[in-house]
Design a protein around this ligand. Structure first.
Ligand code: KIV
Ligand code: ZN
Length: 385
């Protein structure tokens, strides 16, 4: 089995979904849940984009211990300094420097020649590396870049110290065959490529982000980037939960392993949906409310006789409990604690007591306390971090 590293960018590319704006508390809660989910690298934000994002990345870097914390930076000194300031206290850290390499981006957006883009990349990777951290370099719009240029610039940034090379399909334009061939070309034409992690980063504009990510992996990618629930710019990014479960369910076909703790998927999805306000479509693979529902009589009959007639994934695998615990005035502290953990919150005993008292007060006014009510209580309790 080949080990695949999972790079989660829910807090950066995911937050770039139109209309999404996470505060520090929300980012921290999601970060803690992502750690429980077992991802390897977390892109906590883009510190140069705002003071709020800088503060959130810094707080995450100081809190989350078992995941490499990375921050995004354009290929300039100011962004790299800002990223470094935000992540420097993390136990495991990485600066992620990106610059566009496609003709259309270099000419119209950057107004730079390919030679200038190459020189800037080398200089900025060296600059980031000199901070004493791991450096990932991304060729924005790689899938529309010219392959010989891409191979040359990758060779140079590896020499400059980059340890991860990411080749994004920034506009979700590529196809599995084409994207796979790009990875194969880079593997065959870049000296020292086996010394770095090769990464894919797919957007879903044509609905091919998962297929493209898998094609990249089959052609040498050792890191997959994506988000929870597939949120992100425009049509979003590859859904990490879909990739992890597909690899598990079809391990007969895909000899790849990730560290993702699959039964943490549902609560991570719920937490991200709640805080971002991005509702998960009912028919979304793995985490949609209909993903494990059976409607037609024929299907129901089949499932009653043998679940696998129409169910290729068990709900338990991804952390969906078949029973539903309803919280009301007769519920005790144990059920309450269990429920809030299902929602992805981890409280100290003191905070738990405070939250439980607030919950009990509410049960005098409401028959059934919903997840929405609990989110309000828990967010209130934790705002003093
Ligand atoms: O899609 C993209 O190209 C990106 C880069 C910043 C990595 O998100
Ligand atoms: Zn992206």
């Amino acid at each position: 089995m080949t080990q695949i590293k999972i790079f989660d960018t829910t807090l950066r590319d995911g937050e770039q979904s139109p209309g999404v704006n996470l505060n520090q508390l929300e980012k921290l809660e999601i970060a803690k849940q992502l750690e429980r989910l077992g991802i390897d690298i977390m892109e906590a934000g883009f510190p140069a984009s705002s003071q709020g994002d800088f503060d959130a990345v810094k707080k995450i870097a100081e809190t989350v211990e078992n995941v490499t914390i990375t921050a995004l930076a354009r290929a300039n000194r100011k962004d790299i300094d800002r990223a470094w300031e935000a992540i420097k206290d993390a136990k495991k850290k990485r600066i992620h420097v990106f610059i566009a390499t496609s003709p259309i981006h270099m000419e119209y957006k950057l107004k730079k020649t390919p030679e200038e883009v190459m020189a800037t990349s080398v200089e900025m990777v060296q600059y980031a590396k000199a901070k004493g951290t791991d450096v990932e370099w991304s060729a924005e719009d790689a899938s529309r870049s010219e392959l010989p240029f891409l191979a040359k610039i990758i060779e140079k940034v590896i020499d400059a110290g980059a340890t991860v090379i990411n080749l994004p399909d920034t506009v979700g334009y590529t196809t599995p065959k084409e994207y796979g061939e790009m990875f194969r070309y880079i593997k065959a034409n870049v000296p020292n490529i086996e010394k770095v992690d090769l990464s894919c980063h797919c957007h879903d504009d044509l609905g091919m982000a998962i297929a493209n990510s898998i094609a990249a992996m089959q052609n040498g990618a050792t890191q997959i980037e994506g988000t929870i629930n597939g949120i992100g710019e425009r049509a979003g990014n590859a859904s990490l939960e879909e990739i992890a479960v597909a690899l598990k369910i079809r391990e007969d076909f895909y000899p790849y392993h990730t560290n993702m703790v699959l039964n943490e998927i549902k609560r991570t999805s719920d937490l991200v949906s709640k805080f971002t306000g991005m509702i998960v479509p009912g028919n979304k693979a793995i985490v949609g409310r209909n993903a494990f529902a059976h409607e037609s009589g024929i299907h129901q009959d089949g499932v009653l006789k043998h679940a696998q007639t129409y169910e290729i994934i068990t709900p338990e695998l991804v952390g969906i409990q078949s029973n539903n615990l309803v919280l009301g005035k007769h519920s005790g502290r144990h059920a309450f604690k269990d429920k809030i953990e299902q929602l992805g919150f981890e409280l100290t005993e003191e905070k738990l007591t405070e939250a439980f008292q607030a919950f009990k007060l509410l049960t005098d006014r409401k028959k059934e306390v919903t997840d929405d009510d609990l989110f309000v209580i828990l967010t209130d309790i934790q705002t003093d971090i």
